[in-house]
Write a protein of this length. Sequence first.
Length: 239
Amino acid sequence: MKTLHFLAVVLIAGLLAGLIHGFANIVLVEPYLDSAIGIENQRMFASGEAKDTSQFWQNFSDYRTWQKQGSIVAGAMLGVATGALYGVVFAYSRHVIPAQSEMKKALLLAGIMWTTIFFIPFLKYPANPPTVGDPSTIMLRTTLYVTFLAMSGLGALGFSFLYKKMKSKRFLAFLGYAGFITLAFFIMPPYPDKITISTDLVNGFRIVSAITMTIYWIANAVILGWLWRKIKPQESMQA
């Protein structure tokens, strides 16, 4: 029962937050994807790779409908996976988070994780819409992003242990992480591809992508904090 209480809180919070993220993507991100894919289609027509026919647009419409429906499922999966990690970290660190209520603790931790595993990697390697980047560099770009994300996340985890052990001058842990990630930021190479489409489209896509991820982390924190206060899984764990 102890484990069930914890799993219920973590997985429900992650799932609901993931669904919110998926629907937010439909509203905010998909219009930019439609524009970017439209540019890609025109390039295919110009190169002769595809023909501008009613059959093409019917197949394209069916595919985009399937993609948009799939983004809801993808959001749920992201929510469960990331929410599980968030929940485990919250369970083990809530007693040292400098806040009074469970909601405030959850929001503060979400802010830290949003910063370290989303925003900082996003600053170095921001999201790009389709048509940006050569297909042959996808593996390289993915490797660069995942490597930097791991450096940021693991670095934050390492300095969090230092934070727990230091009774005074805990600010040194924050300074240590800041120095570490700044060094990594300048050492890691940039994306190899140049942007050849409208910067307004690219910047708009990046902004709404950041907004939807922020919505996800806030939703996860609010739902987790509320469920934690209602169900009190820490009490069943200690019983």
